[in-house]
Design a protein around this ligand. Sequence first.
Ligand code: C5P
Length: 241
Amino acid sequence: MEKRELLYEGKAKKLYTTDDPGLLISEFKDDLTAFNGLKKASEAGKGALNNKISTELFKLLEQNGVPTHFVRMLDENHMLHRRVDIILIEVIVRNIATGSLSKNLGIPDGTVLPFTLVEFDYKNDALGDPKLNDQHCLILNLVNSFEELDTLRAMARQVNDILRPFFHEKGLNLVDFKLEFGKDAQGNIILADEISPDNCRFWDLQTGEKMDKDRFRQGMGGLKVAYEEVLNRILGDNGTI
Ligand code: C5P
């Protein structure tokens, strides 16, 4: 399967058509951005790590009954996946308060939440990805019904219920993460985008060390080593890539 036309270039990936209209190729870039694109850098090898991590996590989720766009990893930086219409809602799942939740609501950083929080942000760079409530989502025509929002929440919780214990066993605390969903040709909602340390927060269970893009956001360095460690923990003893 080969890349044809560049359809779209995002901050972390380029999206290409293929000779099959139902399939697209994502190229994972080494670019890093934070604070809605205000902070930029590049880290050689970051794209390949995110491709491998996403591949493993999509496989795990598929095995556990979550429909995703994933088809297969093509090479270091390329993933083949189904074509979907992306729903312009960033679904944020939080187990522990940190980041914008702590900043906006004054919940102390590191507070374990009494239950898993699912939030919706508008995927709109020009507006700075503002928070959405259910009515905003309908008024903006981001989904067709309140039931679709319930589906997004249920699928996000299902992903958390699979990934949180998986990472716990690997010595990582899954603090929070962002998911994107799309609709396939039949209108089914499936998980899309990527799942990587660019859009998840992982804290080492023993040391509390940050193993994700917060290292870049907070200028801590050591990003690639942390991403490699996340991949190695995922693969464990039976490295499949
Ligand atoms: O910044 P905030 O605390 O709201 O981020 C919550 C989670 O969502 C983090 O894991 C972050 O990496 C992810 N996120 C993202 N893309 C965004 C906003 C948040 O991947 N545009």
